[in-house]
Design a protein around this ligand. Structure first.
Ligand SMILES: NC(=O)C1=CN([C@@H]2O[C@H](COP(=O)(O)OP(=O)(O)OC[C@H]3O[C@@H](n4cnc5c(N)ncnc54)[C@H](OP(=O)(O)O)[C@@H]3O)[C@@H](O)[C@H]2O)C=CC1
Ligand SMILES: O=C(O)C1=N[C@H](C(=O)O)C[C@H](O)C1
Length: 251
């Protein structure tokens, strides 16, 4: 029985994690952590340091500024963490990389299988099209999303840059009355509205030809399923930083 701590348990994703786990027989939520404790099937704390229950793994869908404290306490308690929270600053990312020297940490800005396949496809296309095609990323999310652009859009952009001979400069949204697009730009555009779960589109625009590779999340369950798979995977790993490629390689 996999014993899970649900960090950000009152949030949109935290609630999906709790529901999916309650439908499974091989894992359970032993405690939740959130800013406002409320009644639930498990005890809810405001910090990992106060959690009394034994746990095998922590799943985190919360807010970027909550991640460093979570990781500090996870290191002290030696509990592996799945970090799904996006919008981490450079300093917060440094803290995460440091913590990964002590405990196993799985981090991905998008836990769905589809986006991780999209990234592999986009990398192949970028290698071939890098000289004659302009690359732009458009992401669309619900009106409650706090970070923009999405962690996934940045993860896709970084994956593209990894394979390009000449690295691109990220341009966030465009507004100008004078400037045309420069060759070394990679445009990233964020749309927010309604209840859109998560849409990502990568456009390779060439002369008289456009290639679009896109992914559409139709429910939050796809992220929760991925995070639970990541949790099962990471409990058996040595300290280090893992991502969706580690899961895909495992098959
Ligand atoms: N990697 C992936 O596949 C996915 C990642 N995400 C990311 O996960 C994160 C959460 O998303 P979502 O569930 O939609 O967001 P929500 O805002 O609905 O949920 C976040 C929860 O975390 C709580 N929280 C904030 N600060 C702290 C803290 N210091 N300690 C404990 N809990 C805290 C919030 O409380 P309060 O509301 O009171 O502030 C809220 O209950 C976002 O960064 C999002 O981008 C989302 C979907 C998929
Ligand atoms: O906040 C969300 O909702 C999502 N956030 C992640 C991101 O920032 O990429 C993943 C997903 O698209 C949903």
């Amino acid at each position: 029985m996999l014993k899970i701590i649900n960090h950000g348990c009152n949030g949109k994703m935290g609630r999906v994690i709790s529901r999916l786990v309650s439908e499974k027989s091989d894992c359970k939520i032993v405690a939740g952590i959130d800013k406002n404790p409320s009644s639930s099937d498990f005890p809810i704390y405001t910090s990992l340091k106060d959690v009394k229950e034994d746990a095998d793994v922590i799943i985190d869908f919360s807010f970027h500024s909550a991640v460093p404290e979570l990781l500090k306490n996870a290191e002290l308690k030696k509990i592996p963490v799945v970090v799904a929270t996006t919008g981490l600053s450079d300093d917060e990312l440094c803290t995460l990389k440091e913590a990964a020297k002590t405990i196993p940490i799985f981090r991905s800005a998008n836990m769905s299988l589809g986006i991780n396949i999209l990234i592999n496809l986009v990398k192949e296309a970028a290698k071939i099209l890098q000289n004659n095609y302009d690359i732009e990323i458009i992401e669309k999310h619900h009106n409650m999303k706090k970070d923009a652009p999405s962690g996934t859009a940045l993860m896709i952009a970084d994956a593209i840059n990894e394979v390009l001979t000449e690295k691109k400069e990220y341009i966030y949204g465009r507004h100008s009355k004078t400037d045309t697009r420069k060759e070394n730009e990679l445009g990233i555009h964020a749309i927010r509205g309604g209840t859109i779960v998560g849409e990502h589109e990568v456009i390779f625009a060439g002369h008289d030809e456009i290639l679009t590779i896109s992914h559409s999340a139709r429910s939050r369950e796809i992220f929760a399923i991925g995070a639970l798979k990541a949790a099962e995977f990471i409990v058996n790993q040595k300290p280090g930083l893992y991502d969706m490629n580690s899961l895909l390689e495992k098959g």
